[in-house]
Design a protein around this ligand. Structure first.
Ligand SMILES: CC(C)(COP(=O)(O)OP(=O)(O)OC[C@H]1O[C@@H](n2cnc3c(N)ncnc32)[C@H](O)[C@@H]1OP(=O)(O)O)[C@@H](O)C(=O)NCCC(=O)NCCS
Length: 143
C-alpha cells in the first residue's frame, strides 16, 4: 500500500471524491457541491493506494497556526478492519506534525469515535448533529 499526498483536480483526486461519495455521502442521501470541492484546493489531500486503486482517503484543513482538522476519513467497505485506517491516520499525523501543527481535531461520527479513541483522541464536545447524524468534536495533541 502506498500513502501519498494528492493534487487537487488530479485523477487521484477524482478517485478520492468517488470513494467519499460511496462511503460518506450516498448512504446518507447526500452529495458534494462544487463550492465545497473548490475550497479543498487549500487542504492537504491524502490517499492510500494499491496498484493505482484507492483504498482509503482523508484530508487536513488548517484551522489556525497550531490546529488542523481531519475531514472526510473513509476506507473502502471491503477494506475496513484491516488496519488501513489506523495506518493512514499515522501518516496524516506525521504530515500535520511536519507542517508545524500541534493539535489534530475532527468532527467524528459517533459510530467512529471508538476508532479515534484507540488512536489517542479524546471527546471534546457534547454530541451534535452534522450531515444528519450524531458527531463529537475529538482531538489530540501531536507530540
Ligand atoms: C472508521 C474507519 C475510518 C476505520 O478504518 P479501518 O481501516 O476500518 O480501521 P482499522 O482496521 O485501522 O482499525 C483500527 C482499530 O480501530 C478499531 N475500529 C475500527 N473501526 C471502529 C469503529 N467504527 N468503532 C470502534 N472501533 C473501531 C479496530 O477494531 C481496530 O482495533 P484494534 O487496533 O484493537 O485491532 C472505517 O471503518 C470507515 O471508513 N468507516 C466508514 C466511514 C466513517 O465512519 N468514517 C469516519 C468518519 S468520522
Amino acid at each position: 500500500m502506498a500513502l501519498k499526498i494528492i493534487d487537487h483536480g488530479s485523477k487521484e483526486y477524482q478517485q478520492m471524491i468517488d470513494l467519499r461519495n460511496d462511503i460518506l455521502r450516498k448512504p446518507l442521501g447526500l452529495s458534494f457541491n462544487k463550492e465545497e470541492l473548490d475550497r479543498e484546493k487549500e487542504d492537504i489531500l491524502i490517499g492510500a493506494f494499491d496498484d493505482e486503486k484507492i483504498l482509503a482517503c482523508c484530508l487536513l484543513t488548517k484551522m489556525d497556526s497550531i490546529t488542523c482538522k481531519l475531514r472526510q476519513m473513509a476506507v473502502q467497505n471491503s477494506q475496513q478492519g484491516k488496519g488501513i485506517g489506523a495506518t493512514m491516520m499515522n501518516f496524516a499525523e506525521n504530515v500535520a506534525r511536519d507542517r508545524g501543527f500541534r493539535i489534530m481535531a475532527m468532527h467524528a461520527r459517533k459510530t467512529a469515535a471508538g476508532f479515534y479513541e484507540k488512536l489517542g483522541y479524546k471527546v471534546a464536545s457534547d454530541e451534535f448533529e452534522e450531515v444528519t447524524i450524531p458527531h463529537y468534536v475529538m482531538q489530540k495533541e501531536l507530540i
